[in-house]
Design a protein around this ligand. Structure first.
Ligand SMILES: Nc1ncnc2c1ncn2[C@@H]1O[C@H](COP(=O)(O)OP(=O)(O)OP(=O)(O)O)[C@@H](O)[C@H]1O
Ligand SMILES: [Mg+2]
Length: 256
């Protein structure tokens, strides 16, 4: 079985700024990986490389055995065309800090938009699945609500349902709860917890240490564009080995 994500020596720079300096990691199918680390350490950039919103400068990155953005023939790499990249990106769901729902569409319309427009699914079948997905995220009674009529936590749950509507094999979350009022964080985390239980492969950038401790199979601490420390949460969060990990955790755990 292929790892769902495999990064080998992934490097990324913006001009003279080296943001990723050789990231190596693997995410197995069904695994939940939480990535933690200080602001500017390259967490979002790494996530964006996984679905080829950013191009890596060196190293290799593959999703479910396929190189991200490239095709290998013999020992040569060929860059995929934009429509081929878009095709691959459909297999990966992404949820951002800001919900980015279409404001002029209801919750259900938001959820069925991509399956209908991009995949050509029939409206009837997309609606049926969409309603089920909204139920799954606890919003069965909000199918006809517009984003402005929903709380931040509800909007974020619609965003999760919308990503799931494309039946992704991998879900990427970039600080999905950090724009939410504290009392709304729990409802989003509980949807993510259930998703993890159902076996979804997930890479989650988060500052929610309790969630990471409880739900993650592995935790990766990034700092300055490198993986400083990784392993099961009981190692990385409960008994970190590196000074940088200890200092970071002392800072974020104090806030809790
Ligand atoms: N498109 C870009 N052009 C130039 N610099 C960028 C670009 N995107 C990110 N950077 C820089 O790369 C570095 C890493 O950014 P990144 O967003 O990956 O960090 P992060 O770990 O996600 O931080 P945070 O916790 O604040 O979200 C930062 O110094 C950032 O300013
Ligand atoms: Mg970020």
């Amino acid at each position: 079985m292929n790892p769902m994500v495999k990064a080998e020596g992934v490097c990324k720079r913006f001009g003279s700024l080296e943001v990723l300096k050789g990231i190596d990691l693997e995410v197995q199918p069904g695994e939940v990986m939480c990535i933690i680390g200080p602001s500017g350490s390259g967490k979002s950039t790494f996530l964006r490389c996984i679905n080829h919103l950013e191009k890596v400068d060196a190293g290799r990155l593959s999703v479910d055995g396929d190189l991200v953005g490239y095709e290998q023939r013999g020992d040569k790499l060929y860059e995929l065309r934009e429509n081929e990249v878009a095709q691959k990106r459909q297999e990966i769901g992404m949820v951002f800090q800001r919900f980015n729902l279409f404001p002029h569409m209801t919750a259900l319309e938001n959820v069925i938009e991509a399956p209908v427009q991009v995949k050509g699914e029939s409206k009837a079948s997309a609606r049926e699945r969409g309603v089920a997905l909204l139920h799954q995220v606890g919003l069965g009674d909000k199918t006809t609500s517009y984003p402005r009529q929903l709380s931040g936590g509800q909007q974020q749950r619609v965003a999760i349902a919308r990503a799931l509507a494309m039946q992704p094999k991998l879900m990427l979350f970039d600080e999905p709860t950090s724009a939410l009022d504290p009392e709304l964080v729990g409802e989003v985390l509980s949807v993510m917890r259930q998703l993890a239980k159902d076996g979804m492969t997930m890479v989650v950038v988060t500052h929610e240490m309790e969630f990471a401790r409880e739900v993650a199979d592995s935790v990766v601490f990034m700092d300055g564009g490198v993986v400083v420390e990784s392993g099961p949460p009981e190692d990385v969060i409960r008994s970190p080995k590196h000074e940088r990990t200890k200092a970071f955790l002392a800072r974020v755990l104090k806030k809790d």
